[in-house]
Design a protein around this ligand. Sequence first.
Ligand code: GLY
Length: 355
Amino acid sequence: MSHSDICIAGAGLIGLSLALELHHRGISVTVLDRGTPLSESSTAAAGMLAAADPDNPPQLRPISDLSIQLYPAFLDRIHSLSGQRVALQTHTTLQALPLHVTNAGNILTPQDLAHLLPSLTPGDHRFILLNENSLDPRQLAPALLAAVRATSIDLRLNTTIHSVESHAGSVTIQTSNGPLEASQFVDCTGCWAATAPPSAVVPRKGQMLSVTLPPELLLRLVVRTPSIYIVPRTIDPAVTPAIIGATVEDAGFDKTVHASAIAHLRSQASALIPSLSTAPERETWAGLRPTTPDRLPLLGTFPNQPHHYFATGHYRNGILLAPATAHVTAQLLLGETPSVDLSAFSPSRLVSLAQ
Ligand code: GLY
Protein backbone atom coordinates (compact mmCIF):
# COMPACT_ATOMS: atom_id res chain seq x y z
CA MET A 1 0.00 0.00 0.00
CA SER A 2 1.43 3.42 -0.86
CA HIS A 3 2.05 5.78 2.04
CA SER A 4 2.32 9.55 2.27
CA ASP A 5 2.50 11.85 5.24
CA ILE A 6 -0.69 13.61 4.25
CA CYS A 7 -3.47 12.65 1.84
CA ILE A 8 -5.66 15.47 0.55
CA ALA A 9 -9.01 14.81 -1.11
CA GLY A 10 -9.96 17.43 -3.71
CA ALA A 11 -7.68 19.06 -6.28
CA GLY A 12 -9.45 22.40 -6.21
CA LEU A 13 -7.86 25.68 -5.22
CA ILE A 14 -7.98 24.85 -1.51
CA GLY A 15 -6.60 21.31 -1.85
CA LEU A 16 -3.78 22.27 -4.21
CA SER A 17 -2.82 25.37 -2.21
CA LEU A 18 -2.59 23.20 0.90
CA ALA A 19 -0.57 20.59 -0.99
CA LEU A 20 1.91 23.26 -2.09
CA GLU A 21 2.23 24.65 1.45
CA LEU A 22 2.85 21.19 2.92
CA HIS A 23 5.33 20.32 0.18
CA HIS A 24 7.17 23.56 0.95
CA ARG A 25 7.45 22.38 4.57
CA GLY A 26 9.03 19.09 3.49
CA ILE A 27 5.94 16.89 3.90
CA SER A 28 5.10 14.14 1.39
CA VAL A 29 1.62 14.74 -0.05
CA THR A 30 -0.83 12.77 -2.17
CA VAL A 31 -3.83 14.61 -3.66
CA LEU A 32 -6.84 12.63 -4.88
CA ASP A 33 -9.56 14.04 -7.11
CA ARG A 34 -12.71 12.36 -8.38
CA GLY A 35 -12.30 14.05 -11.77
CA THR A 36 -10.04 16.77 -13.13
CA PRO A 37 -8.29 19.46 -11.09
CA LEU A 38 -9.66 22.98 -10.55
CA SER A 39 -12.70 22.31 -12.70
CA GLU A 40 -15.47 23.50 -10.38
CA SER A 41 -15.79 26.45 -7.96
CA SER A 42 -12.08 27.32 -8.34
CA THR A 43 -12.60 28.46 -11.93
CA ALA A 44 -16.23 29.63 -11.69
CA ALA A 45 -15.45 32.43 -9.24
CA ALA A 46 -15.10 36.11 -10.09
CA GLY A 47 -11.83 36.41 -8.15
CA MET A 48 -12.51 39.32 -5.79
CA LEU A 49 -10.24 39.24 -2.72
CA ALA A 50 -13.10 40.78 -0.79
CA ALA A 51 -11.79 40.78 2.77
CA ALA A 52 -13.73 43.94 3.66
CA ASP A 53 -17.04 43.09 1.98
CA PRO A 54 -19.63 44.27 4.54
CA ASP A 55 -21.77 41.26 3.64
CA ASN A 56 -19.13 38.80 4.89
CA PRO A 57 -19.75 37.26 8.32
CA PRO A 58 -17.60 39.28 10.79
CA GLN A 59 -15.91 36.09 12.04
CA LEU A 60 -14.18 35.86 8.64
CA ARG A 61 -12.25 39.09 9.01
CA PRO A 62 -9.08 37.88 10.82
CA ILE A 63 -8.50 34.92 8.48
CA SER A 64 -9.36 37.13 5.49
CA ASP A 65 -6.78 39.72 6.56
CA LEU A 66 -4.21 36.94 7.06
CA SER A 67 -4.91 35.69 3.54
CA ILE A 68 -4.46 39.17 2.08
CA GLN A 69 -1.08 39.34 3.86
CA LEU A 70 -0.08 35.92 2.51
CA TYR A 71 -1.24 36.48 -1.08
CA PRO A 72 1.96 38.08 -2.47
CA ALA A 73 4.13 35.19 -1.20
CA PHE A 74 1.55 32.65 -2.42
CA LEU A 75 1.64 34.13 -5.94
CA ASP A 76 5.45 34.39 -5.81
CA ARG A 77 5.73 30.70 -4.91
CA ILE A 78 3.42 29.77 -7.78
CA HIS A 79 5.49 31.96 -10.10
CA SER A 80 8.82 30.51 -9.05
CA LEU A 81 7.60 26.92 -9.50
CA SER A 82 5.52 27.38 -12.65
CA GLY A 83 7.09 30.37 -14.39
CA GLN A 84 3.57 31.82 -14.58
CA ARG A 85 2.91 35.20 -12.99
CA VAL A 86 -0.71 35.72 -11.91
CA ALA A 87 -1.60 39.39 -12.33
CA LEU A 88 -3.81 41.47 -10.10
CA GLN A 89 -6.60 42.78 -12.31
CA THR A 90 -8.03 45.53 -10.10
CA HIS A 91 -6.91 47.32 -6.95
CA THR A 92 -10.03 49.12 -5.75
CA THR A 93 -13.71 48.36 -5.25
CA LEU A 94 -16.63 50.74 -5.20
CA GLN A 95 -18.74 49.13 -2.50
CA ALA A 96 -22.40 50.09 -2.21
CA LEU A 97 -24.03 50.41 1.18
CA PRO A 98 -27.77 50.63 1.82
CA LEU A 99 -29.01 54.24 2.18
CA HIS A 100 -29.81 53.78 5.87
CA VAL A 101 -26.09 53.19 6.63
CA THR A 102 -24.77 56.61 7.53
CA ASN A 103 -21.92 55.77 9.91
CA ALA A 104 -19.62 53.86 7.56
CA GLY A 105 -17.07 56.66 7.28
CA ASN A 106 -15.64 57.93 4.00
CA ILE A 107 -18.93 57.79 2.12
CA LEU A 108 -18.10 59.16 -1.32
CA THR A 109 -19.64 62.42 -2.45
CA PRO A 110 -21.38 62.66 -5.85
CA GLN A 111 -18.31 64.62 -7.01
CA ASP A 112 -15.96 61.82 -5.90
CA LEU A 113 -18.11 59.28 -7.72
CA ALA A 114 -18.29 61.38 -10.88
CA HIS A 115 -14.52 61.57 -10.85
CA LEU A 116 -13.98 57.84 -10.20
CA LEU A 117 -16.60 56.48 -12.57
CA PRO A 118 -18.53 59.10 -14.55
CA SER A 119 -20.96 56.53 -15.93
CA LEU A 120 -22.12 55.28 -12.51
CA THR A 121 -25.76 55.83 -11.56
CA PRO A 122 -25.75 55.67 -7.73
CA GLY A 123 -29.58 55.51 -7.46
CA ASP A 124 -30.48 54.30 -3.99
CA HIS A 125 -26.94 53.46 -2.89
CA ARG A 126 -24.17 55.13 -0.98
CA PHE A 127 -20.65 54.10 -1.96
CA ILE A 128 -17.35 53.72 -0.19
CA LEU A 129 -13.99 52.92 -1.79
CA LEU A 130 -12.19 49.76 -0.63
CA ASN A 131 -8.52 48.97 -1.25
CA GLU A 132 -9.27 45.50 -2.54
CA ASN A 133 -7.60 43.47 -5.27
CA SER A 134 -9.06 41.00 -7.71
CA LEU A 135 -7.46 38.39 -9.93
CA ASP A 136 -8.65 36.04 -12.64
CA PRO A 137 -9.18 32.53 -11.21
CA ARG A 138 -8.82 31.15 -14.72
CA GLN A 139 -5.28 32.50 -14.74
CA LEU A 140 -4.58 31.39 -11.17
CA ALA A 141 -5.81 27.81 -11.70
CA PRO A 142 -3.43 26.72 -14.50
CA ALA A 143 -0.51 28.47 -12.81
CA LEU A 144 -1.23 26.68 -9.53
CA LEU A 145 -1.58 23.35 -11.29
CA ALA A 146 1.71 23.86 -13.14
CA ALA A 147 3.35 24.75 -9.80
CA VAL A 148 2.04 21.56 -8.19
CA ARG A 149 3.20 19.52 -11.18
CA ALA A 150 6.68 21.00 -10.83
CA THR A 151 6.97 19.39 -7.38
CA SER A 152 6.95 15.79 -6.11
CA ILE A 153 3.30 16.12 -4.99
CA ASP A 154 1.54 12.91 -6.04
CA LEU A 155 -1.61 14.08 -7.88
CA ARG A 156 -4.03 11.25 -8.66
CA LEU A 157 -7.01 12.18 -10.82
CA ASN A 158 -10.20 10.24 -11.61
CA THR A 159 -9.95 8.63 -8.19
CA THR A 160 -13.07 8.33 -6.05
CA ILE A 161 -12.84 7.90 -2.30
CA HIS A 162 -14.88 5.01 -0.89
CA SER A 163 -13.97 5.32 2.78
CA VAL A 164 -11.49 6.81 5.23
CA GLU A 165 -10.71 4.75 8.30
CA SER A 166 -8.80 6.24 11.26
CA HIS A 167 -6.38 4.07 13.26
CA ALA A 168 -3.97 4.99 16.03
CA GLY A 169 -1.56 7.31 14.23
CA SER A 170 -2.73 6.77 10.65
CA VAL A 171 -5.63 6.65 8.21
CA THR A 172 -6.43 4.15 5.48
CA ILE A 173 -8.17 5.56 2.42
CA GLN A 174 -10.02 3.13 0.18
CA THR A 175 -10.31 4.49 -3.35
CA SER A 176 -11.50 3.40 -6.78
CA ASN A 177 -7.80 2.90 -7.60
CA GLY A 178 -6.93 0.86 -4.52
CA PRO A 179 -6.07 1.65 -0.90
CA LEU A 180 -3.51 4.08 0.40
CA GLU A 181 -2.26 4.97 3.83
CA ALA A 182 -1.35 8.35 5.28
CA SER A 183 -0.54 9.77 8.66
CA GLN A 184 -3.33 12.35 8.24
CA PHE A 185 -6.16 13.01 5.81
CA VAL A 186 -7.70 16.35 4.76
CA ASP A 187 -11.05 16.66 3.00
CA CYS A 188 -10.96 19.64 0.62
CA THR A 189 -13.75 18.40 -1.65
CA GLY A 190 -15.97 21.48 -1.30
CA CYS A 191 -19.66 20.82 -1.75
CA TRP A 192 -18.93 17.23 -2.87
CA ALA A 193 -18.08 16.70 0.79
CA ALA A 194 -16.51 13.29 0.17
CA THR A 195 -16.24 12.46 3.87
CA ALA A 196 -18.31 15.14 5.69
CA PRO A 197 -21.58 14.43 7.46
CA PRO A 198 -24.65 14.95 5.26
CA SER A 199 -25.70 18.67 5.16
CA ALA A 200 -22.39 19.91 6.61
CA VAL A 201 -21.34 21.34 3.22
CA VAL A 202 -23.92 21.80 0.46
CA PRO A 203 -23.82 23.49 -2.95
CA ARG A 204 -25.21 26.98 -3.49
CA LYS A 205 -25.45 27.86 -7.15
CA GLY A 206 -24.21 31.09 -8.72
CA GLN A 207 -25.04 32.01 -12.31
CA MET A 208 -22.88 34.65 -13.98
CA LEU A 209 -22.04 36.20 -17.31
CA SER A 210 -19.14 38.00 -18.89
CA VAL A 211 -19.40 40.85 -21.37
CA THR A 212 -16.98 42.87 -23.45
CA LEU A 213 -16.94 46.41 -22.12
CA PRO A 214 -17.46 49.21 -24.61
CA PRO A 215 -14.08 50.93 -25.20
CA GLU A 216 -15.43 54.27 -23.94
CA LEU A 217 -16.33 52.72 -20.55
CA LEU A 218 -13.02 52.87 -18.73
CA LEU A 219 -13.91 50.51 -15.89
CA ARG A 220 -10.76 49.74 -13.93
CA LEU A 221 -12.32 48.98 -10.54
CA VAL A 222 -14.87 46.54 -9.15
CA VAL A 223 -18.39 47.81 -8.51
CA ARG A 224 -20.28 45.80 -5.88
CA THR A 225 -23.68 46.08 -4.21
CA PRO A 226 -25.24 43.51 -1.86
CA SER A 227 -26.91 41.87 -4.88
CA ILE A 228 -24.50 42.27 -7.80
CA TYR A 229 -20.86 42.73 -8.72
CA ILE A 230 -19.14 43.92 -11.87
CA VAL A 231 -15.50 42.79 -12.07
CA PRO A 232 -13.39 43.97 -15.01
CA ARG A 233 -10.39 42.03 -16.32
CA THR A 234 -8.03 44.85 -17.08
CA ILE A 235 -4.65 43.50 -18.10
CA ASP A 236 -5.22 42.97 -21.82
CA PRO A 237 -5.00 46.43 -23.43
CA ALA A 238 -6.91 45.22 -26.51
CA VAL A 239 -10.11 44.07 -24.82
CA THR A 240 -11.64 44.48 -21.38
CA PRO A 241 -14.08 41.79 -20.38
CA ALA A 242 -16.12 42.14 -17.19
CA ILE A 243 -17.73 39.48 -15.07
CA ILE A 244 -21.27 40.22 -13.85
CA GLY A 245 -22.48 38.03 -11.03
CA ALA A 246 -24.08 36.32 -9.37
CA THR A 247 -27.24 34.55 -8.36
CA VAL A 248 -27.33 32.73 -5.02
CA GLU A 249 -29.57 29.67 -5.30
CA ASP A 250 -30.25 26.42 -3.52
CA ALA A 251 -30.54 24.14 -6.55
CA GLY A 252 -28.55 21.09 -5.50
CA PHE A 253 -25.84 20.20 -8.00
CA ASP A 254 -27.73 21.69 -10.95
CA LYS A 255 -25.56 24.04 -13.01
CA THR A 256 -28.08 24.95 -15.71
CA VAL A 257 -27.80 28.55 -16.87
CA HIS A 258 -31.19 30.23 -17.30
CA ALA A 259 -31.60 33.13 -19.74
CA SER A 260 -34.01 34.85 -17.30
CA ALA A 261 -31.39 34.83 -14.50
CA ILE A 262 -28.70 36.17 -16.85
CA ALA A 263 -31.07 38.91 -18.09
CA HIS A 264 -31.83 39.88 -14.48
CA LEU A 265 -28.12 40.13 -13.64
CA ARG A 266 -27.54 42.27 -16.68
CA SER A 267 -30.46 44.57 -15.86
CA GLN A 268 -29.17 45.03 -12.29
CA ALA A 269 -25.70 45.83 -13.65
CA SER A 270 -27.15 48.21 -16.25
CA ALA A 271 -29.05 50.06 -13.52
CA LEU A 272 -25.60 50.94 -12.13
CA ILE A 273 -23.73 51.43 -15.43
CA PRO A 274 -26.23 51.98 -18.26
CA SER A 275 -23.86 51.10 -21.13
CA LEU A 276 -23.70 47.52 -19.84
CA SER A 277 -27.19 46.96 -21.27
CA THR A 278 -25.71 46.60 -24.78
CA ALA A 279 -22.24 45.25 -23.96
CA PRO A 280 -21.74 42.10 -26.09
CA GLU A 281 -22.09 38.88 -24.14
CA ARG A 282 -18.99 36.65 -24.09
CA GLU A 283 -19.97 33.73 -21.91
CA THR A 284 -22.47 32.53 -19.30
CA TRP A 285 -21.86 29.85 -16.66
CA ALA A 286 -22.81 28.61 -13.22
CA GLY A 287 -20.69 27.44 -10.30
CA LEU A 288 -21.42 25.76 -6.99
CA ARG A 289 -20.32 27.41 -3.74
CA PRO A 290 -19.49 25.02 -0.88
CA THR A 291 -21.77 26.25 1.90
CA THR A 292 -22.03 25.33 5.58
CA PRO A 293 -25.15 26.03 7.70
CA ASP A 294 -23.58 29.22 9.16
CA ARG A 295 -21.71 30.25 5.96
CA LEU A 296 -18.35 29.85 7.73
CA PRO A 297 -15.61 27.46 6.59
CA LEU A 298 -14.99 24.08 8.16
CA LEU A 299 -11.35 23.96 9.33
CA GLY A 300 -10.11 21.24 11.67
CA THR A 301 -11.31 17.88 12.94
CA PHE A 302 -14.43 16.39 14.46
CA PRO A 303 -13.70 15.34 18.08
CA ASN A 304 -13.90 11.59 17.39
CA GLN A 305 -11.70 11.61 14.23
CA PRO A 306 -8.30 12.99 15.22
CA HIS A 307 -6.41 12.33 11.96
CA HIS A 308 -9.25 13.31 9.65
CA TYR A 309 -9.26 17.04 8.88
CA PHE A 310 -11.53 19.31 6.88
CA ALA A 311 -10.53 22.44 4.96
CA THR A 312 -13.66 23.27 3.05
CA GLY A 313 -16.94 25.22 3.09
CA HIS A 314 -15.50 28.56 1.94
CA TYR A 315 -18.82 29.61 0.40
CA ARG A 316 -18.26 32.95 -1.43
CA ASN A 317 -14.64 33.46 -0.41
CA GLY A 318 -12.59 30.48 -1.55
CA ILE A 319 -10.24 32.49 -3.78
CA LEU A 320 -9.66 35.03 -1.02
CA LEU A 321 -9.11 32.42 1.69
CA ALA A 322 -6.91 29.88 -0.14
CA PRO A 323 -3.48 31.09 1.09
CA ALA A 324 -4.60 31.48 4.72
CA THR A 325 -6.47 28.17 4.67
CA ALA A 326 -3.34 26.43 3.40
CA HIS A 327 -1.25 28.18 6.04
CA VAL A 328 -3.44 27.49 9.09
CA THR A 329 -4.37 23.96 8.02
CA ALA A 330 -0.69 23.12 7.65
CA GLN A 331 -0.18 24.56 11.14
CA LEU A 332 -2.98 22.35 12.53
CA LEU A 333 -1.61 19.26 10.80
CA LEU A 334 1.89 19.91 12.15
CA GLY A 335 0.69 20.54 15.70
CA GLU A 336 1.50 24.27 15.64
CA THR A 337 -0.67 27.05 17.02
CA PRO A 338 -2.60 28.56 14.09
CA SER A 339 -1.79 32.20 13.26
CA VAL A 340 -5.47 33.15 13.78
CA ASP A 341 -8.14 31.82 16.13
CA LEU A 342 -10.00 29.07 14.27
CA SER A 343 -12.66 28.29 16.89
CA ALA A 344 -15.49 29.80 14.78
CA PHE A 345 -14.58 27.35 12.01
CA SER A 346 -14.23 24.23 14.15
CA PRO A 347 -16.16 21.22 12.85
CA SER A 348 -17.27 20.71 16.48
CA ARG A 349 -19.90 23.42 15.97
CA LEU A 350 -21.64 21.09 13.52
CA VAL A 351 -21.26 18.05 15.72
CA SER A 352 -24.99 17.30 15.81
CA LEU A 353 -24.82 16.78 12.03
CA ALA A 354 -22.11 14.19 12.52
CA GLN A 355 -24.16 12.00 14.89
N1 GLY B 1 -17.40 35.09 -4.75
C1 GLY B 1 -18.51 35.69 -5.34
C2 GLY B 1 -19.73 34.90 -5.30
O1 GLY B 1 -19.88 34.03 -4.49
O2 GLY B 1 -20.61 35.15 -6.08
